[in-house]
Design a protein. Structure first.
Ligand SMILES: *Cc1c(COP(=O)(O)O)cnc(C)c1O
Length: 437
């Protein structure tokens, strides 16, 4: 497999290098050279395959031998060891539950696959791998739990102080072992900026073997394509083949993976990119002007992103042609009030509790149906996290309906371990340089 940087398309690297470097020196993003299209026979009979069979087929096509088949199969079996069911709410509305992994969020797909791929590529006696990751909440938990105990790795997680939920904070700060948490007095964008700057800092790169676990890593993007194919397989079994996916979006990795799946031949009628008021992308669709802005705190905090880091990849997939993109993607953005109303309506109509991110994707389906006149397609909204991660959102009957999964029960009562830092790079660098890893 060869990958190029979106900033320098002429220069290519192999998969291993893209996985460990995460971001090219020119600050572009890695993209696969030539996206494979899966054979028609496979797509037409996809309902006959299991999630892990589908995952293997898709990964093997993209990786093109970068990991031998048997090893790839083992990585997939180990990483994707939880289901991704599509649940029917009504005849034309389904929800794809992506929260059955250890951190209760869809990011488990990416983080678990990536950690195992990195581990596979590391040879004995190599320098410890230092994973730096900025999180607005869910990435950190998935990465921490994905790397916990993986030999020869040290993970540093940066999260915005006071801006993650209690359960998220437990997932970030109670692990010990090879995982440590840094509480940053700032926003997620500040955390992300610190990590990005660390990757371009000469001294840090000389001392440490730095790598990113953020959604910019190509090894996180690839496994996120699996569940789109697998959702389609489930729907096909139910006799549904005209499918619209609505994706709650922040850094646009999730929907980016969906679009990659589509490019690989997955039949999708439309994607909906649903955001909270951090609407850089919906505004771009309206005005044609791409104007990143500082993020605003919302109920759906994992989507509080003012400058989505995967957007470049999506533009790249569409040769920077907004009109082409508009044919397959529509957008919608929602306030906290609308989010709360959607959570309530879904509960009232379906007796089903969703997290605030998920609610936004559902709300966007309604608007899509109205504005497009497409009433018949089967609309699937991606449920990106378990509602118990956001307890402040629910009251009364709804709160009572949320069950706490085993993964969370084991964290309660464990002591918090974290270091508090400001937003200036010098302080962060000093902290990293001072640590013996
Ligand atoms: C990360 C996250 C999102 C946003 O996903 P992107 O790939 O960054 O667009 C949405 N919902 C939840 C619960 C998340 O954790």
């Amino acid at each position: 497999m060869k990958l190029y940087s979106t900033n320098t398309p002429g220069v290519t690297v192999d998969f291993k290098e893209a996985v460990f470097n995460s971001m090219p020196q020119d600050k572009g993003l890695y993209m696969p050279v030539g996206i494979p299209v899966l054979d028609r026979d496979f797509i037409e009979n996809i309902e006959m395959y299991s999630l892990s069979e589908i995952a293997f087929k898709v990964a093997d096509s993209i990786l093109q031998g970068a990991i031998p088949k048997n090893e790839l199969k083992a990585i997939i079996e180990d990483a994707i060891n939880f289901p991704a069911p599509v649940i029917k709410l009504d005849d034309r509305t389904y929800v794809l539950e992506l929260f059955h992994g250890p951190s209760l969020a869809f990011k488990d797909f990416g983080a678990r696959f990536m950690s195992r791929v990195m581990s596979y590529f590391m040879t004995e006696g190599e320098k410890t791998l230092n994973v730096l990751v900025a999180t607005s909440g869910d990435t950190g938990g998935a990465v921490a739990l994905g790397f916990l105990g993986v030999p020869n790795t040290q993970v540093t997680i940066l999260y915005p102080k006071g801006k993650v939920s209690a359960i998220q904070e437990l997932q970030l700060t109670t692990n010990g072992q090879n995982i440590r948490a840094v509480e940053v007095n700032g926003t997620f964008d500040d955390c992300q900026a610190l990590v990005k700057q660390a990757f371009t800092d000469k001294e840090l790169n000389e001392k440490f073997r730095l790598t990113s676990a953020n959604s910019i890593n190509i090894a996180r993007l690839i496994p996120q394509t699996f569940y789109y194919f697998n959702a389609y397989a489930q729907l096909k079994r139910a006799g549904k083949t005209e499918v619209v996916f609505s994706v709650p979006s922040g850094n646009f990795g999730n929907i980016g993976a969906g679009l990659l799946a589509w490019k690989m031949g997955l039949p999708v009628k439309q994607f909906i990119a649903a955001t909270n008021v951090n609407d850089t992308v919906p505004a771009f669709f309206r005005s044609g002007l791409y104007e990143p802005k500082p993020s605003v705190a919302t109920l759906s905090n994992a989507m509080d992103v003012g400058n989505p880091s995967n957007w470049v990849r999506i533009m790249n997939l569409f040769n920077n042609d907004l009109d082409e993109l508009r044919k397959i993607v529509s957008t919608g953005s929602y306030t906290d009030i609308q989010t709360g109303e959607a959570v309530q309506t879904i509960f009232d109509e379906y007796d089903y509790v969703v997290c605030p991110h998920t609610a936004i994707a559902w709300a966007a389906i309604n608007d899509y149906r109205k504005s497009s006149g497409d009433d018949n397609s089967t609309a699937v909204f991606l449920s990106t996290a378990h509602p118990c991660k956001f307890p402040d959102v629910y009251e009364g009957e709804m709160a009572g309906k949320i069950t706490i999964p085993e993964q969370v029960k084991t964290l309660l009562g464990k002591p918090k371990q974290s270091v508090e830092l400001g937003v200036d790079f010098a302080g962060f660098k000093e902290y990293l340089m001072g640590s013996e890893l």
